[in-house]
Design a protein around this ligand. Sequence first.
Ligand SMILES: [Zn+2]
Length: 235
Amino acid sequence: MSGIEDILANNRQWVATKNAQDPEFFKRLANGQQPRYLFIGCSDSRVPASGITGTGPGEMFVHRNIANMVVHTDLNLLSVLQYAVEVLGVQDILVVGHYGCGGVAAAAANKQYGLIDNWLVNIRDVVRLHEIELLRIKDEQQRLRRLVELNVIEQVQNLAKTNIIQNAMRGDKPPRLHGLVYDIADGVLKDLGINSLDVADELEHIYATEAPHEVDGDANSYEGPNVDPAKEAGE
Ligand SMILES: [Zn+2]
């Protein structure tokens, strides 16, 4: 067997194992989801969201892209974020970078790769913001490792810049933002110790925005500009 046959055989084995362990497992999942976590990670095949966090089906909402980026024009990321925060009510949002990230390494080099160069520009922005710190690190591997960490920190900040997170932070159950880095070489997940409230405070004076006020508490009651049509007609 090879390829897709392996996948299907593995799936049947997994179904059998799950049913043997817990006959209600699939019935329960079919009733809906209420995951506690949102995972924003890299597409790298060596960084499986469930495997490295010990979470199973129903526990983690997942978004992955090259180099775990939070880009404000990425409709996919924004849709996932809004749904996770406002509908599912996730409590913890994890931005998970990883050492040995090909996307980060490509952004640190000056070679063209095609379409992806436009995506990598977002990581080059992180290099520009932290250029002095990065230039002080002489060892190239250490410099790349630090860039992976700085990129995670910047993406957590990018989360805090969205109106989705700002509105959620003003609500009853604000989600906590976390920056983590996974080490492919030893499997360990490291917490960068980012405090969501500190991040929000730091960015507030430039990025904080407020929702528009509703007219008479009901957005549907708006009846157009406050102009008298008779005066407008010159009568
Ligand atoms: Zn990666």
